[in-house]
Structures are given as C-alpha cells and as structure tokens.
Design a protein around this ligand. Structure first.
Ligand SMILES: Nc1ncnc2c1ncn2[C@@H]1O[C@H](COP(=O)(O)OP(=O)(O)O)[C@@H](O)[C@H]1O
Ligand SMILES: [Mg+2]
Length: 1002
C-alpha cells in the first residue's frame, strides 16, 4: 500500500481507508471510476478487495503476475485477487488456521471468475507432487462441469451461476492441495421448465445438441435443432453470440473424464439430465395426450420411437408413467383413487417431475465430483488445512421478484450479518491484542432483517411453511394476508395495503416489500407456496423409485415413500443449509472479495455511476469503510513502518539499535505527529487520519526526490567528466616526471595507487624472498622504506620462531658477516658451514692443562699451527678461549696466555689462507710478543675470538702484508700473495711468505 500512496494522485487511492473524505459516497465512487478507467479494477478497503468487472481480458493473470504476488506482503504490491489468495494461503500455513474467501456481488459482477482465479493461483503456485497434479486438475475441471449443469444465460450474465457454491480446498502439511469438497445451494430448478425472454435453460442442453457426435445423439434419440424442444426455447434465444456451445461441449466432455467419469457413466448421466427434452418434444406423447384428454379425443400416440427412447432412459414402465403423469392419487374415506388431471395440472406434473429429476441429478453430480476430489489419505486428513471459497449468488432485484429472489436476498442478508460480525469482531480483537481502547462504531446491524425472515414461528419462512402445510384453502394470497397480520408492524416490511400513498404507487397488490440492508425489493407472492412445497405427486415419486436407471435409483430412494414425516419445505431446507454454512464460515478466518459490475450491457470500459452506486450501497461498502476508519485509518507493524520511514529522522537513520517501539516513537515525534494522531500498540503503530500518513509519505517522496536530484546531477557531470578524464590522463602522463602539480596529480595518484595495490598482492613471504616490485619514480623512497619495514617485519616474525641454539648460531654468523663479508676470500665458503661450540673437547686437551685452568671455563678450543717468531717453524698447538684470555697450549704446557685486555688486535689477510696474528701490548715484558697462528677454520676461530674478547672492531684485514712484533721491539713481516695453492714458507728476505689460492673472484 505504501508504494501506492505515491501514485495516489494519478489513479486515486489503492486503499479506500486512505480517502480523505471517507464518508463521501461520491468520493468513493469517483475513486473506483478513476481507477477503472486506468484498468485498475482492484481496490482495497483495508483487507477487503473490491473488484470491478472489466468485461475484457486484462494482462494481469499471467504466471509472472502469480509469481509477483507469491509470498509477498499484502501491502507491498498493488491490490489483486492473487494478493488475497496468497495472503489466505500464507495465513493458513503460518497460523495453522483454516481460511475462507468470501466472494460476493450481484449477478455478472465477476464472482465466479474471481473464484476461478483463486483456484488457478493455488494450482500454479502451490507445491505439487504427482498425486497432487491429478487433484489440481480435478479441482480446476470441476468448474466447467458444474457450470455446464448449473449455469445459464440470464439477462444479467451470459454465464450466470444458478446455484450457490462453497468449495473447500484441502492442503497437506507441505502446503500442497490434496483434496476438495463442494457444497451446493439451492439450484434454480424453475429454469429447467421456464426461462424469461432473453434467457436460456442450463448450458448443458444446448452444448449436447450442438456438440455431441451424431452417433450419440442418435442413441439418445435427439435432434440437433434446439427449436424442437419447448424447454429450450422459452426465452427465444437458444443461440448466444458470446457462447460456443459446440466447443464448450468438448471442454465439458474432457473435464468429465478428468474428474473420473467413465464413458459409460457420462452417457448415462447426460441421458438422465437431459431426459427432459423428451417431455417437451413437440408432438411427444405427453403434450398430445394431455391436450387430447382435454378434448376427449382418443387418438393414439404416433411417435412411438421417441416414447421408447424416453422410457428406456428413465428405466420405467410405459403405462405406469403415463398413468402417473395424467392422474393424481387421492385418498378418500380410506380408499385410494386415481383422479384424472386436466391439461394444466398434467403440464405442471410434468414440470415438477422434470425439475425434480434435474435437481436431484445435479446434487448427485456434485456428490460424484466430491468423491473424485476426496482426500484419499485418511490417516493424514486430520492434519489437512482448508481454504474455503464461497461463490454464491449476489443480491438480486428484478422487475418481478419471486421466491428465488427472496431466498437469494435472504442469503445475502445472512452473509452481510456474518461480514459485520466478523469484521467488527476482528477489528475489535486487533485493538484488544494491541492494547488500544475500543471505541464503539455506529453501523447498521441487519440482524433485524435476518430475524424478520427466519425467526421461528414469527418469521416469514415460518409463516410460509405454515400456509404450505395447513389443511384448507391456503393460497399465495392467504399467505400474504397472514404476513400482514403477523409481521405487518415490522419496520422493514410493507405491503400494498400497509403502505403510504407514495409507496402504493410502486407496489402491486400481490406484493410484499422487504427493506433489505441493500435496498428495497418487492416480492410477488405468486408461486411462493408451490415453490416452497416443491411437491412431486406421490405416484410420480413411486414411478421414479421403480426406475432401473442407475443414477435415478440413487436419486429417488424408496425410503422417501415410506417416510411418514413431511419433507422439509424448500425455504426451510435453505434456511438450515445457510445456518450450516454460517457455522462453517465462522470457524475460519475470512477474506472478502466484493465484486461490482460497472454496467448492465457487459461492455468493457463503461462505468455507469448509478448502477455502481447502487452496488456500493447494497454491498455495504461505505459501512465497511466506516468500520475500518472508525478508529484508525492506518496501522502497520513497527518494523515495517520503521524500515520505510527511518530515513526521515537522523536518530533512526541508517539504523535503530534500540527497541522498535522506541524507534517508531522517536521517528514520529521527529516528524511532528501530535498525540491524538496516533497510538502505539504492542506491535503496531495506529494512525488515525490518512493525512498524517500522507504527509509522512510526502516527506519520504521529497527525500527520495532530493536524493534522485543529487544522483541525476552527478550523472550529468559524469558524462562531461569522462571527456575531461581522458584529457587529464594524457596530461598526467606527459608531466609524470615533474614534481606534483595539478596536471599530473591524478596520474600520479593513480600510478601510486596501482603500485601499492600491486605491492599489496606481491609482498615477499619469507626472509629469503628478495623479490619486490619496481616502484614508479615518485614512490622510490617510500618503496624502500616499505621494503625495509616489510623485511624487518618478516625477520621479527622469523626470530620469534627460532630456538635459542639457533639464535646463538645466527648471532655469531652476524658477527662473522660484519667482520669478513666482502673482505676475506674464504668468507663465503664459511657461511653455509655451521659454527661449532668447540673443535676440541675434554678428551683432546691434556688433563694438566684443564687442571691448570681450574675453575676458568673454556669457551672454545681449536687446533692451530704456530709459526715461531724466529725461523717461522710450524708447530702444532691448541688455542683455548676462556672468559678472560686466549691461551696457546703445547701438549700439557700453557705456552702463552694473552689476556683480552692485552690483546691489541687481530690481523688477517684478505686471501683464503688461515693465518692470523694476535697482537699483544709490548709494555708487558712478560709477553713473548705477537703470536702468528693458523687455523683451518679461521673465520669461525676469529669470530669466537672477536666475541669472547669483545674485539669485533679490532680485526684488521690486510691486503698484502702484516707487520707483527717479535718481542723486544723487533718486527716481523708476513707477505701474502695469491697463487694456485697454499704455501707457507720463510722467504729469502726473512719475511714469512704465504701464497693462497684464489677461491672467489672479486
Ligand atoms: N476479472 C475479469 N476479467 C475479465 N472478464 C471478467 C472478469 N470477471 C468477470 N468477467 C466477465 O464477466 C462475466 C461474468 O462474470 P462471472 O464471474 O460469471 O459473474 P458472477 O459469477 O458474479 O455472476 C464473465 O463471463 C467474464 O466475461
Ligand atoms: Mg457466477
């Protein structure tokens, strides 16, 4: 509905509760008219659907339309019969409550079409299984069959239903339709024998003679000419342009098969139903016989073939039937006598029999369909939920109104009563549920009229029954007099005699007038008694009970003959069946469809105001609206309301985290709602006047509009901007190496952005991964910083995972790297080799040495070669490192102890040799001078020395020679050269000459 509000100026309101002037009938009709002109035939009054017959096919019943309404909130989409169907279905599923859809409206207003649309909706949208498919088919196919036998062309409607229909559709727990059941009400049997000018008998008669194959007609003894049969031409219009009897026959024939009639059954059934032809075949036995009797002519029936066909059909004995149709059995002084009938009496006996047969076989047909639709799964039938569909004759007013109209209008009076009770009740219940005070609503309660018709002893039906049953000369007129005597003072009852002068002018003397809720109707009492008695002479009944026709034996039971109890009159039967119907409907949650016909000419696009006003009045739509509007025009669940309007208040936009009711309260206060304009219930907000809601809706529209304007503006700008962007791009490229300036800023930003995104995707994953995308010039520095950061991060992450041993190893390697990397030729070879804790353990060192060390802890020991200071003789020694000194050991002797404090530095060559010199301070006379040593693990050994002695910065790497002190101020020199192999020897110049192989090219 909310979406509808926006379009309200163009096509009125989609819900009458939003009509500002809700008491104005003019405004109401104008709204209907406006919408009708736009082919918007549906409008709501709250949850009631008002439908105006378009008399043309609208493209609003496609499968896509069905899908649109499926599972969607009633108010989210425009009004539609599918919305009502879906809503009922969902309520049934979610609330586990049986539903009913009550369709009302006058003849031709579209009730039957609406009920078919509902069925089709369920057939298409509900889940299905294989079994369900046949049920769906049968449900759908029951319509053409019932219409063929129960519908007829009337002045009002070419396909007027002449019976009331209530159909239950049963759904299983999965929501699939699994069965159905039909109740039929008061078939207009009089149509079988009489039709007003311009009307027809039931469709099936015409369908059969137009559509049946020759062979079938021959077997039935029928001719293709409708004119041959009096019962079919009383209204002088056996052919109707809008009806194709021939193709309809095919449809009906097929539908009968779907429902489960065997071919044989179809034939018998159609025979039985249409036996009536025979009665009235011009020249048939009965007609002539009756006439002849009148003239005491004894001419015999000439057309014996017709007679034979008829009798074989009814399955009764010829002479017995003849006797029964022309005589009446009377009982006088305890004796049974056969009294002959005059022509009129004989005709009426014939008509009574025809009506009885048609009426009873129609009921038989409904039962047969019910058997076919029955939900077979007894076990689960208790779990089935039900949606009932009521398509019943609407309020009817003709020039001459008879017993049928009296029954029909009484039925509508009852439905209106139910409608009032249920709508008021549900309205009141909703207020209670929401904790809102109920204010009494003024409305006309038509119970007074229902009572006038149906009250025991005092009501019109009781009086009619009394006249029908009492001995003596009861007649339609005595009935009228009795009415005057009994209910003459009733406010809703008038007769010619009781009326004032003005009313008298428009009333016949044989009429009584009822002031129905929907309007005044004059009923002519002629025929009331007969129609109410609906008598079939006992002898005719007897004949029918003896019939051998399979269907008739089921329709006329022998028990009827022996039953001494008087059969119920038609009106009483009808009254009782209506009471049952009300009970059924009361037990379900109702939805309403109120149908209106826009003109009497069945024309598309014509909206006759007078006619529509009349229907609006007698459908009680204005009252319906008044009840609905009595308290609050609009109500909506908090979440729905908040969702729609939250953007109108800064506190609720974009979301409200608190209680829904507080959110709604904040919102409406912000919108300036006055306290009397709304109430907050338990789950819903109630808004009293439509204008309040319209204002809110307008505010929403405005907001949407301003948003749209903004969007539009930026869209317009967008097009110009695309051109500008291209230019900017070219400029940016040209100026890319310039410092940031307006010409290149977009380009640079873009390039930066792309680089950063690329980097983001390609960051190195491990410390050893040295890959890094090349940065654009503008980002070189940042890239470098980022790279370091990244590496630090990786290292940090890596460090967190390493063991203490490994950490120690790495620390030494870092020192080695700092000291030797790129400086000494054999450094790279040392990198992959792990440094060991010591090269000599306890067993390799003389115990005396260990003893001499005492508590001094040895940190590293390695075999070395010592070159004598004089002569440079090579001697095998051990170098031990403790916490405080480096010690040179020969076997068991500590040959030289160099305190780290006395260690000036360490010299080593840049080549691949293992020679090194430990320089010591000379002031100390005890010192023997610098030590010239060689280690096979020189990198490792010197790294240990550097760490133990804390001399990392005192390791000198020399290119070609090392000077060292021999003691007492004398110097020695070691010369280094590259060669093919390692050679250490005293040179002629007295220097120590070392040749080392080149391992790594620099
Ligand atoms: N929704 C509709 N769309 C198109 N035509 C419709 C619609 N409803 C009714 N009609 C037309 O009006 C005719 C009478 O409708 P019907 O349902 O038989 O009336 P009712 O059952 O109320 O007497 C239909 O035969 C059809 O031609
Ligand atoms: Mg109908």
């Amino acid at each position: 509905m909310e979406s509808a509000l926006t379009a309200r100026d163009r096509v009125g309101v989609q819900d009458f509760v939003l009509l500002e002037n809700h008491t104005s009938e003019v405004a109401f009709i104008e709204n209907l008219r406006k919408r009708f002109k736009e082919n918007l035939i549906y409008t709501y009054i709250g949850s009631v659907l008002v439908s105006v017959n378009p008399y043309k096919d609208l493209e609003i019943y496609t499968k896509q339309h069905m899908e649109r309404y499926r599972g969607v909130n009633f108010y989210e989409v425009s009004p539609h019969i599918y919305a009502v169907s879906d809503n009922a279905y969902r309520s049934m599923r979610s609330e586990k409550r049986d539903q009913c859809i009550l369709i009302s409206g006058e003849s031709g207003a579209g009730k039957t079409e609406a009920s078919k649309k509902v069925l089709q909706y369920y057939a298409v949208t509900c889940p299905a299984s294989e079994h369900v498919q046949t049920v769906k088919d049968r449900l759908l196919q029951s319509n053409p069959v019932l219409e063929a036998f129960g519908n007829a062309k009337t002045l009002r409607n070419d396909n007027s239903s002449r019976f009331g229909k209530y159909m239950d559709v049963q759904f299983d727990f999965k929501g699939a339709p699994v069965g159905g059941h039909i109740l039929n009400y008061l078939l207009e049997k009089s149509r079988v024998v009489h039709q007003s000018h311009g009307e027809r008998n039931f469709h099936i008669f015409y369908q059969l003679i137009e559509g049946a194959e020759d062979e079938l007609l021959r077997r039935l003894g029928l001719e293709r000419m409708a004119q041959q049969y009096q019962y079919l031409v009383k209204g002088s219009c056996p052919k109707v342009s809008s009806i194709n009897d021939r193709s309809d026959w095919k449809v009906v024939r097929k539908a009968l098969s779907v429902i489960g009639f065997s071919d044989d059954e179809v034939e018998v059934h159609v025979h039985t139903h249409t036996h009536i032809y025979r009665h009235t075949h011009k020249g048939s036995y009965i007609e002539r016989n009756s006439v002849l009797k009148m003239h005491t002519n004894t001419q015999r029936c000439s057309d014996s073939s017709i007679l034979v066909g008829w009798l074989s059909l009814l399955g009764v004995d010829f002479s017995v039937l003849k006797e029964a149709l022309t005589h009446k059995k009377i009982t006088a002084k305890g004796e049974e006598l056969m009294s002959p009938l005059n022509q009129e009496q004989a005709s009426s006996a014939r008509d009574a029999l025809s009506k009885a047969i048609y009426g009873r076989t129609f009921t038989w047909l409904v039962n047969k369909i019910n058997t076919s639709l029955a939900f077979k799964d007894k076990f689960n039938s208790k779990n089935a939920s039900v949606i009932g569909l009521l398509d019943i004759y609407g309020f009817e007013v003709f020039q001459n109104n008879s017993f049928e109209q009296f029954c029909i209008n009484y039925c509508n009076e009852k439905l209106q009563q139910l409608f009032i009770e249920l709508t008021l009740k549900s309205e009141q219940e909703e207020y209670e549920a929401e904790g809102i005070t109920w204010e009494p609503v003024q409305y006309f309660n038509n119970k007074i009229i229902c009572d006038l018709v149906e009250e025991k002893f005092k009501g019109i039906i009781s009086i009619l029954d009394e006249e029908c049953l009492r001995p003596g000369d009861a007649s339609d007129i005595t009935f009228l007099v009795k009415l005057e005597d009994t209910v003459g003072g009733h406010a809703h009852f008038v007769t010619h005699k009781l009326a004032d002068g003005k009313t008298r002018k428009v009333m016949g003397r044989e009429e009584f007038r009822l002031l129905h809720y929907a309007g005044e109707v004059n009923y002519n009492v002629n025929g009331f008694l007969d129609k109410n008695n609906d008598l079939l002479f006992r002898n005719l009944k007897e004949v029918m009970c003896s019939s051998e026709n399979r269907i008739l034996t089921q329709c006329f039971s022998r028990e009827e003959l022996t039953d001494k109890k008087l059969p119920e009159t038609t009106a009483t039967q009808f009254k009782n069946s209506l009471a049952k119907l009300m009970e059924i409907l009361m037990s379900k949650d109702p939805s309403y469809v109120r149908c209106i016909k826009p003109n009497d000419a069945k024309q598309a696009g014509r909206f006759e105001e007078v006619l529509v006003r009349h229907q609006v009045k007698y459908l009680g739509l204005m009252e319906n609206l008044r009840v609905r509007r009595a308290g609050f025009a609009y109500r909506r669940r908090y979440e729905v309301f908040l969702q729609r309007y939250k953007s109108l208040c800064p506190d609720t936009w974009p979301s409200w985290d608190g209680r829904l009711v507080d959110g709604v309260s904040t919102l409406v206060k912000h919108l300036g709602y006055k306290p009397e304009e709304y109430k907050l219930g338990r789950t819903k907000i109630f808004i009293r006047f439509p204008k309040t809601l319209f204002a809110t809706e307008e505010a929403l529209e405005e907001r949407k509009h301003s948003l749209a304007t903004k969007l539009q503006a930026s869209w317009k700008g967008y097009n110009q901007k695309t051109k500008y962007r291209k230019l900017r791009w070219v400029l940016g490229f040209m100026f890319r190496h310039h410092p940031r300036c307006p010409e290149n800023e977009y380009f640079l930003d873009y390039v930066r952005y792309t680089f950063l995104m690329k980097l983001h995707r390609a960051l190195p994953k491990t410390v050893l991964d040295k890959s890094w995308p090349t940065p654009p010039p503008a980002l070189t520095e940042a890239s470098e910083l980022l790279r370091k950061l990244c590496m630090q991060n990786l290292v940090w992450k890596y460090c967190k995972t390493i063991s203490p041993e490994w950490k120690h190893q790495l620390e030494q390697k870092v020192v080695a790297s700092e000291v030797f990397k790129d400086k000494k030729d054999n450094y790279p070879q040392s990198v992959p080799k792990l440094f060991v804790g010591t090269r000599l353990d306890g067993d390799d060192i003389n115990p005396k040495v260990l003893q001499a060390l005492g508590t001094e802890k040895m940190k590293y020991a390695v075999p070395v070669t010592k070159y004598d200071r004089k002569g440079f003789k090579a001697r095998a020694r051990q170098l031990l490192l403790t916490a405080s000194s480096a010690i040179i050991v020969e076997e068991a002797k500590l040959k030289q102890r160099i305190d780290y404090s006395a260690l000036k530095g360490v010299s080593v060559s840049s080549l691949s040799d293992g020679l090194f010199v430990l320089h010591v301070t000379c002031e100390d006379n005890k010192q023997k001078g610098d030590a010239v040593l060689q280690s096979d693990h020189v990198i490792e050994t010197l790294t240990k020395v550097a760490i133990c002695a804390d001399k990392i910065n005192n390791i000198n790497i020399n290119q070609s020679s090392i000077k060292f002190t021999l003691g007492q101020g004398k110097e020695g020199i070691i010369d280094f050269t590259s060669g093919s192999e390692l050679l250490v020897a005293k040179a002629k110049n007295g220097h120590l000459s070392v040749t080392a192989p080149r391992l790594n090219s620099r």
